[in-house]
Design a protein around this ligand. Structure first.
Ligand code: SF4
Length: 101
């Protein structure tokens, strides 16, 4: 009986821990200093893009209006498959930007 009670106590805690772990993974924000982010010219703020270094950039392009942005255009952060689903800033930008269809 004691073992069963212990099991009943542990299962919800383990489940909650797993859920929290999965959420943390899904919500990890992309580090702008990450090598892959730098290679793509990613910045959290598209207004800071240097057009000389990033000739593909055009005013008005942001993650929020990119085809790959997995959130709503109004979401401050959302996943991007280019960076393994890590969260990118809606106001961000990288040189893989594709106009949302
Ligand atoms: Fe932002 Fe699009 Fe680049 Fe992803 S691919 S980081 S959503 S501009």
């Amino acid at each position: 009986m004691q073992t069963r009670r212990r099991f009943i106590q542990i299962v919800p805690v383990a489940g909650a821990t797993l859920m929290a772990g999965r959420e943390a993974l899904a919500q990890a924000k992309l580090d702008a200093n990450d090598a892959q982010a730098k290679a793509r010219g990613y910045l959290h703020d598209a207004t800071k893009v240097d057009p000389k270094k990033q000739p593909k950039w055009a005013r008005g392009q942001t993650c929020a209006n990119c085809q790959l942005y997995q959130g709503k255009p109004t979401d401050a952060w959302a996943g991007c498959p280019l960076f393994g689903g890590k969260q990118v800033a809606g106001k961000g930008w990288c040189n893989a930007w594709v106009k949302k269809a």
